[in-house]
Ligand binder design. Sequence first.
Ligand code: ASP
Length: 340
Amino acid sequence: MTSILIIYTGGTIGMVESEDQKTLVPFNLDYILSYVPELNKLDVKLDSYSFERPIDSSNIHPNHWTQIANVISDRYAEYDGFVILHGSDTLAFTASALSFMLEGLRKPVILTGSQLPIGMIRTDARENLITAVQIASQKLDEEPVVQEVAVYFEDMLYRGNRTKKLSTEAFEAFFSPNYPVLAQAGVSLNFNHAELWSTDKDDFRLIDGFNNQVVVLTLFPGISSELVRAVLSNKELKGIVLMTFGAGNGPTDKWFLDIIENAIARGLVIVNVTQCAMGQVEQGKYETSAGLLKAGVISGADMTFEAAITKLMFLFGQNEDPNWVKEQMVTNLRGELSIS
Ligand code: ASP
């Protein structure tokens, strides 16, 4: 019988009202499971693991990624798949981080959550949870259909490190701006087999360690030279995700390009990611990105911000050599990046 481990971290899916009825706070996994007796009807052996104190995902920290990845790694041989219940706010970051940590993954790791708590009448939690378990248990010729970290939300399965939270309101809370949907759940589950990830590594291995000496610098018209200089001159800083305009563009002011150039000369890694919701960075296409390219800023291509920042933290956690980090940043490690 197929066996699936449900890992509960917290999030709206299991939240209840606080004592003063003013806020939503995470509750326990048994409470969630009591609302989905249908899970017992699936031909699947279900076990569960819960964070001792479930959290709102806005409190997620790399230590939690380590905890989740260790649970999966320790029980990797025991289960056919894993379903992670997670708050939607930072779910795309956790999905990205786990994708980098779980090298050579050949089993499904499906993250899901919900926009309304499972106890509410119009909740989206029940369907999300049941279908996530079904997707995690799908096999073809004895092999799991999904062999990567993916996100299931409101009828759609997305590659984890390609997702972004789209809406605070709609049940369709996520989207995958630059990569096709992996599966769609209608009357049947329709997988987009050609787009599913398949690893070229022989063995499964957990790679742990994140370095959080990184920062995001979002450009806007009128950004101050003093503040850009203050951020980039920090002695602890190792990497920056530079959120640029359009296809990777920024101001051509001398002060700006000088600060960038000096930072790179000091060994900082600067990754160019677009502020646009869709599309990719093409440094050199416009004059306004040629200076960044010349200064040694590397292209984040079509990576999401969530994938770029977690990848940067992950890579610096393995090796602090900026040249190695730059080389890996532009390498497609887990399907997070389209190499054109
Ligand atoms: N604040 C919640 C969380 O991310 C939102 C959600 O779960 O949808 O934990």
